[in-house]
Design a binder for this molecule. Structure first.
Ligand code: UDX
Length: 440
């Protein structure tokens, strides 16, 4: 099939590359000429395991191409994916200007039947706005062309996005007409293994499904984080509690890890947007508002522990920081707990030497020329002469560090671990003063 993907960010590029990989002819459009240049030169503008190989393979095979030419893009694909950003407005609602601009672009240039597929996470009701935007452009051109609008939210996790696309748990398709449903079935047929993955529903339900999934996962995390804080007070161990409840199939093992808060491009933004959508309809989502407040507070727990250990005034102190990205296998620092931690340490007069396997360049971009923040080329060199080690991202390479080196390089052997990477008993044996999240 001929497909167009508008927006070459995470969602767009992964979807485009994976759809090309199963044999489709995919043209990706972006307004950002610099991004398109990187892609045309065989690079990718983001860090995502496995993606570069798929992009290169399909570009070479002639199935994947990139352009800034909107007209060419609108004419290419019978299916047009909208995968542009929906950054939060100041009030927390999703900013739809890029989605609607993409819809107008399609309407301005399309020359036959089109299925317009919303892949971006958009508030319930956006499908209608996309439909109106396209109809408006067609009316302005004075032409009548048939088109369908479909909601097909993505459930990709950064760091596992290629695999998530190739082996989806489910594919949610919100559509109102049979012609579009038929095309979507054909499109996703190569990804149906073992059992039917397509869940077909109306557009609004599909739009809400995406928010419901992320809000549910965020709720589990905030719930466990609150229990972790309680466990500390009670002298219980949240890790044991997690094992004790995860075995119940109604609860399940995933997303029960207490930590220093969730970040990333989705959870914080989507939780905010759903609260906002409800309030626009004079409804309060009490549970979700608490989830958000609990997470904002959780991003401060490491600093609270540091202050309890070293005092409120941290001037003259320096902390080694392992991990900047909001989670492993990505360089993404959007809403990352590390950012709150660094700011809070600065505010109390401390300096930070950070190490992250891939996100240091992103940190440089965010913090600019900041004299209080230094970077280390290796985890060990960050430790040299620091007052303590603080861990905020559970990168694999931190799992089994050389504890003797940690002891000898730090001024005193203290670890604040925001991801519960080590066993408290082992840390005692190693002679390390260890502060986890919710550990007895
Ligand atoms: C998420 C959803 O998982 C994905 O389905 C959706 O499409 C986009 O949003 P992503 O933002 O890539 O994906 O990250 P995810 O792996 O879900 O982690 C989100 C945050 O939650 C991270 O900061 C992570 O550290 C935190 N987290 C996750 C916990 O604190 N505890 C857990 O048990 C799991």
């Amino acid at each position: 099939m001929k497909l167009t993907v508008i927006g070459t960010g995470y969602v767009g590029l992964v979807s485009g590359a994976c759809l090309a990989d199963v044999g489709n002819e995919v043209l990706c459009l972006d307004v950002d000429a610099a991004k398109i240049r990187i892609l045309e030169q065989g690079g990718i503008p983001i860090h995502e395991p496995g993606l570069l190989e798929i992009v290169r393979r399909n570009v070479e095979a002639g199935r994947l191409a990139f352009t800034t030419d909107a007209e060419r893009a609108a004419r290419h694909g019978e299916i047009q994916f909208i995968a542009v950003g929906t950054p939060p407005d100041e009030d927390g609602s999703a900013d739809l200007q890029y989605v609607l601009a993409a819809a107008r672009t399609i309407g301005r240039h399309m020359d036959g039947y089109r299925v317009i597929v919303d892949k971006s996470t958009v508030p319930v009701g956006t499908g209608d706005k996309v439909r109106a935007a396209i109809a408006g452009e067609l009316a302005a051109r004075g032409v009548e062309l048939p088109f369908s609008v479909v909601s097909n939210p993505e459930f990709l996790k950064e760091g596992a996005a290629v695999d998530d696309f190739m082996r989806p748990d489910r594919v949610v398709v919100g559509a109102d007409d049979e012609r579009a449903i038929g095309l979507m079935r054909r499109l996703y047929a190569p990804f149906q293994r073992q059992h039917e993955k397509l869940v077909i529903m109306d557009v609004r339900s599909a739009e809400l499904t995406k928010y419901a999934a992320n809000a549910m996962l965020a709720t589990r995390i905030s719930f466990m984080n609150e229990l972790a804080n309680l466990a500390e007070t009670l002298g219980a161990d949240i890790e044991l509690v997690r094992q004790g409840i995860g075995s119940d199939p109604r609860i399940g093992w995933h997303f029960l890890y207490a930590g220093c808060g969730y970040g990333g491009s989705c959870f914080p933004k989507d939780v905010k947007a759903l609260i906002r959508t409800a309030s626009e309809h004079d409804m309060a989502l009490k549970v979700l508002s608490a989830v958000e407040a609990a997470n904002d507070a959780q991003k401060h727990v490491l600093v609270d522990k540091i202050v309890r250990r070293f005092g409120e005034d941290l001037s003259g102190r320096r902390f080694a920081l392992w991990g900047l990205a909001f989670k492993p296998d990505t360089d993404d620092m959007r809403d990352a707990p590390s950012r709150v931690l660094i700011e809070e340490l600065f505010r109390r007069g401390a300096r930070v030497t950070a190490y992250d396997p891939v996100a240091m360049r992103e940190a440089e971009r965010i913090f600019g020329d900041e004299p209080r923040l230094a970077y280390a080329g290796r985890p060990k060199s960050a430790l040299e002469g620091a007052d303590a080690l603080v861990i905020v991202t559970e990168w694999k390479e931190f799992r089994s560090p050389d504890f003797a080196a940690i002891r000898s390089r730090l001024r005193q052997p203290v670890i604040f671990d925001g991801r519960n990477m080590y066993e408290p008993a082992r840390m005692r044996d190693e002679g390390i003063e260890y502060f986890g999240i919710g550990r007895a």
